[in-house]
Design a binder for this molecule. Structure first.
Ligand code: SF4
Ligand code: SF4
Length: 281
């Protein structure tokens, strides 16, 4: 089964077997390969559980020529990432089946734009805190499902090469600010409390509706409050990827009070007139 998510996102241990207990680093060597001639080809996609990241949505909706909202409505299933109702999305499955909606006769129907979780499999990542280390570090682990024959293939490669081969660094760079927000919220736990409904809506839009966020920042109400230097908004609007990076800055500002986007002098009064989002109201 494709893992729910490649990154344990701040937890200190892999959630459950079949995760191999050995923690691996970028320079660790693994033995694994996956290719169309392998006997188990697509076995993992026939029982899929793929959590989506913001860049997954952008790449896939672009592939289908759909708006983000239409893609989400057609091909995803919502779920709650935690008991506070943090919105998450999974890829839909075929009707009356556990197979991924994109699985076809020839294999993955969206291979060039397959989600990050699919690129990771059969590898996972977790955050660990070493003794006396000030910050968490990243460790990797193998997921050994009985049916996956990739572990018996003769190919040996480092984790670093595996990630590069799967195009993972590009996805991680774009998604990192989003992951950081989730980890930060999760780490704060009870100190932050339950997010407001407005905060959850903003998280949902910034994470999964890049076209909705584009319309949001182009509204006069946004420009009345935020003071972006000449030309910066043009750069932000030039690509969905740029817009995603800006949406995460915006999210950190409204959720955690990080002042990375300048505000107009009279913005405070205007802001007071609007509902100010916060994790807890
Ligand atoms: S080798 Fe593993 S990852 Fe590749 S198709 Fe088979 S079950 Fe899936
Ligand atoms: S998106 Fe492709 S690789 Fe991922 S589960 Fe679906 S069919 Fe398999």
């Amino acid at each position: 089964m494709k893992p729910g998510f490649p990154d344990a996102a701040g937890s200190d241990a892999p959630p459950q077997s079949p995760i191999a207990p050995q923690a691996l680093s970028l320079d660790s060597t693994i033995r694994f390969d996956c290719h169309p001639a392998i006997a188990c080809f697509n076995a993992c996609c026939r029982n899929s559980d793929v959590q989506l990241t913001p860049l997954d949505i952008i790449r896939l909706k672009r592939r289908f020529g759909l708006s983000a909202a239409r893609f989400v409505a057609r091909y995803t299933v919502p779920f709650e990432m935690d008991h506070h109702g943090m919105p998450g999305l999974r890829l839909a499955r075929k009707p009356a089946s556990s197979a991924c909606v994109f699985l076809g006769e020839e294999g993955c129907g969206v291979y060039e734009d397959r989600p990050l979780a699919c690129r990771y499999y059969a590898l996972g990542k977790m955050h660990v805190r070493e003794k006396r280390a000030p910050q968490t570090g990243e460790r990797y682990f193998l997921v050994r499902e009985d049916y996956c024959e990739g572990h018996g293939e003769p190919v040996r490669l480092t984790i670093r090469d595996y990630l590069a081969r799967q195009g993972i660094p590009e996805y991680e760079a774009a998604n990192r600010p989003w992951m950081d927000i989730i980890v930060r919220k999760r780490s704060a736990g009870a100190a932050i409390g339950a997010p407001s409904a407005r905060s959850l809506q903003l998280f949902d839009m910034c994470s999964y509706d890049i076209d909705g966020f584009r319309a949001f920042v182009q509204q006069s109400g946004f420009r009345d409050i935020f003071d972006l230097p000449e030309g910066e908004m043009e750069t932000i609007l030039a690509s969905d990827e740029n817009l995603l990076a800006f949406s995460m800055r915006f999210l950190r500002q409204v959720l955690f009070g990080e002042q990375s986007i300048g505000m107009k002098k009279d913005a405070r009064e205007k802001r007071m007139a609007a509902r100010r989002p916060a994790w807890r109201q």
